[in-house]
Design a protein around this ligand. Structure first.
Ligand code: TYM
Length: 332
């Protein structure tokens, strides 16, 4: 069985961008691959965290992942900082990664602008740690959204570099797997990807209630050229139509597509159908999240994360041991 790995940063609640771009796909793929999933807490430290809420966010992220349908008995779920080998290998990768490669990274450029008061070294070397997250387990495939493709490409470059500097054929080059919703855009600014940092109305969290989903969808930006119901719209230019394609039935998609093109239906009706379908899909997840958030169940999450780490640690340890030998470090 080929091996799969993927991770998510602990922002607390997961939004439908993470869900459609990654986690929904993980749930399917865990049947086909030996799968490991983790919470990238070390990566999250590259931006300033509120120390009061950060530990809770880590647990809540685990809860969200399990509520989406990841089965931790089958696929270990763990916290990145619990496997020290990630960082050890990340350091080795720092020593073979040219600065120029890291300078090119779009996420680094974006985050340096967004967090201009805190452009730290960790933000810059983020992709070498991400390469280590993947290569420490010799993963074959990595299901991620489009915003992570560049990091995956760099992971492949680092694997090749290691092989050419140290040992030919040692690392395989992992492949990115994209989901149908690999790039979900913000509801308030469809030129930007959906993310939590873009403001609360820009994303739908898996915990949002039916009312909140409707509030957000009803305010969402649509095709800017369609001002009135009598104007003919272009669904291809509407962010909400791309969400219909991921949440609605084929009949509904056709109905909305035609209705919008010939001004048969208004944006409000289109939004209502969409909001109902989003709610229908995430309602069961929302219920599972509130189940796991009960104190007696939350304790089990800690146990699940511990067990997940215990299951993957020997693989990381054995691999790091080999790598240390290859790069000439001595064991005592
Ligand atoms: P993160 O936490 O930003 O996002 C988690 C996953 O969700 C995807 N995603 C999206 N997909 C579609 N549309 C969007 N608007 C959207 N926003 C987020 C992301 O592509 C990702 O798949 N660097 C990673 C975490 C990470 C990782 C790894 C992933 C660290 N090490 C190793 C895979 C393998 C990140 O920040 O994802």
């Amino acid at each position: 069985m080929k091996r799969l790995i993927s991770g998510v940063q602990p922002t607390g609640g997961i939004h439908i961008g993470n869900y459609l771009g990654a986690i929904k796909n993980w749930v399917k793929l865990q049947e086909k691959y030996e799968s490991f999933f983790f919470i990238a807490d070390y990566h999250a430290l590259t931006v300033k965290q509120d120390l009061e809420t950060f530990p809770e966010k880590i647990l809540n992220t685990a809860i969200n992942i399990i509520a989406c349908g990841i089965n931790p008995d089958k696929s270990p779920l763990f916290v990145q900082s619990h496997i020290l080998e990630h960082v050890n290998l990340g350091w080795i990768f720092n020593t073979i990664t040219p600065i120029g490669e890291l300078n090119r990274m779009t996420q680094y450029k974006d985050k340096s602008k967004q967090y201009s008061e805190n452009i730290n070294v960790g933000l810059f070397t983020y992709p070498t740690l991400m390469a280590a997250d993947i290569l420490i387990y010799n993963a074959d495939v990595v299901p991620v959204g489009e915003d992570q493709f560049q990091h995956l490409e760099l992971t492949r470059t680092i694997a090749r570099k290691f092989n050419s500097v140290y040992k030919s054929g040692f690392f395989k080059e992992p492949e990115a797997i994209a989901a149908a919703g690999a790039r979900i855009m913000s509801l308030t600014d469809p030129s930007k990807k959906m993310s939590k940092s873009g403001g609360v109305n820009g994303y739908i969290a898996l915990t949002d209630s039916e009312e909140v989903i409707w509030q957000k969808v009803s305010k969402a930006v649509t095709d800017p050229n369609r001002q009135r119901k009598t104007d003919k719209g272009n669904p291809q230019k509407c962010n909400l139509f791309s969400l219909h394609q991921l949440f609605s039935s084929l009949e509904e998609i056709e109905y909305v597509d035609k209705g919008c093109r010939n001004a048969g239906i208004g944006c409000l009706e289109c939004k209502k159908i969409l909001a109902d379908n989003i709610n229908e899909e995430i309602a069961p997840i929302r219920e599972k999240i509130s189940y796991w958030q009960k104190p007696e169940n939350k304790k089990k999450i800690i146990e699940i994360l511990k067990q997940g780490a215990d299951r993957v640690r020997p693989i990381a340890q054995e691999n790091l041991k080999k790598i240390k030998q290859i790069v000439g470090l001595i064991e005592m």
